[in-house]
Write a protein that binds this ligand. Structure first.
Ligand code: NAD
Length: 321
């Protein structure tokens, strides 16, 4: 078995490699070549932790395995380590033997950023110039850096419930040499692309805050009860997702479906657009919305790519189990 420690991932994994891996696996999911197993997520009744597994199998990439981990809310204050902790395990689909163990913390941020960027590549207007960010936490900076690589953006605008965090976005804008402006929510009408990545349980972005022709990537809602945008916005938009079952149960679409504003059949797989079996955006006025719920196959695809690079570069550690 190969081990790729968390500390090695930053030097190995690139945003481009994560993007390619996620784009391919979304396509494989839509063609039926890859599927995700039911998610297990449990409050374990110890230090308020949430722990679980996200797994799947991709027949086209021959990737089998799971990501184990979750959220330990007191890690930072009590242990000085980040609250989200995860590890990916890959198995040989021909024999069932464990193939690799890979640190999953940075990979999670890269694969999540890759997902919204895959949606931007396939659904945003080609002439998009202004990107709006809702959220300014850990994931938001990864999201923004990757998104900037997929359109010729000229300006970044941002809103966050906690405005003291907005300098995190401004720093990425400075790195990219782009102007940054903090706006109120109605100011989001200036954006051609909007990414939301918050841990909100009530919507903040309203349907009236979004201009015709905008592409939204809603990335924060990955649990029952979470919510970032007004359900009426999903009724106005053409809705896409990574995995329909997750979108309507734990994703942003859970609320619009529960309120009867849209039905399961109104939610389309982004992979179908990649494969050319769904037309995607059909006009410059259409609002497109990607409900990125986060699937295990994204983690497995990125982990498989990083293991290959680590073996090639002599960084992976080989052990007998
Ligand atoms: P973080 O703690 O670093 O940042 C949280 C962000 O949410 C900040 O911008 C904060 O101001 C904002 N926020 C907090 N409470 C809020 C509220 N009540 N209303 C509105 N905004 C609020 O967290 P992070 O690591 O950046 O993660 C952000 C979210 O992304 C989390 O909900 C996480 O579960 C989710 N996530 C999703 C995926 C996926 O694949 N879809 C992957 C990783 C993380």
């Amino acid at each position: 078995m190969w081990i790729v420690p968390e500390k090695e991932i930053a030097a190995l994994m690139t945003r481009e490699a994560a993007f390619d891996a996620v784009e391919k696996v979304f396509a494989a999911m839509a063609s039926g070549e890859a599927y995700n197993f039911p998610v297990v997520r449990e409050a374990i009744g110890h230090v308020d932790a949430l722990y679980g597994f996200k797994g799947g199998f991709d027949r086209s990439g021959l990737t089998l395995g799971l990501k184990a981990g979750g959220y330990w809310p007191h890690n930072l204050e009590t242990k000085g380590i980040i609250n989200h902790q995860s590890t990916v395990f890959l198995f040989d689909p021909d024999t069932g033997r464990v193939h690799a163990m890979v640190g999953g913390n940075l990979l999670t941020a890269l694969r999540t950023a890759a997902a919204s960027s895959v949606s931007i590549k396939h659904l945003a207007r080609p002439d998009a110039k202004v990107i709006g960010m809702i959220g300014a936490g850990h994931q938001a900076t990864f999201q923004l850096r990757t998104a900037l690589e997929h359109r010729d953006f000229e300006k970044i605008i941002g809103w966050n419930l906690h405005p003291e965090m907005l300098p995190n976005l401004e720093k990425v804008a400075d790195e990219a040499g782009l102007p940054f402006e903090a706006v109120e929510l109605p100011g989001m009408q200036e954006a051609d692309v909007i990414i939301s990545i918050t841990s909100s349980f009530d919507w903040t972005l309203g349907a009236d805050h979004v201009a015709p022709g905008t592409h939204l990537a809603c990335m924060g809602t990955d649990t029952k009860g979470k919510q970032e945008v007004e359900p009426a916005l999903l009724a106005r938009a053409t809705v896409f997702t990574d995995e329909v079952a997750q979108s309507i149960s734990i994703g942003e679409a859970q609320h619009a479906v529960a309120e009867g504003l849209i039905a399961e059949g109104d939610v389309h797989q982004l992979g179908a657009v990649i494969n050319g079996t769904h037309p995607g955006r059909t006009s410059d006025d259409e609002i497109t919305l990607f409900d990125g719920t986060g699937v295990g196959l994204q983690d497995l695809a990125c982990a498989a790519a990083v293991v290959e690079m680590a073996i090639e570069q002599g960084i992976a550690i080989e052990v007998d189990v």
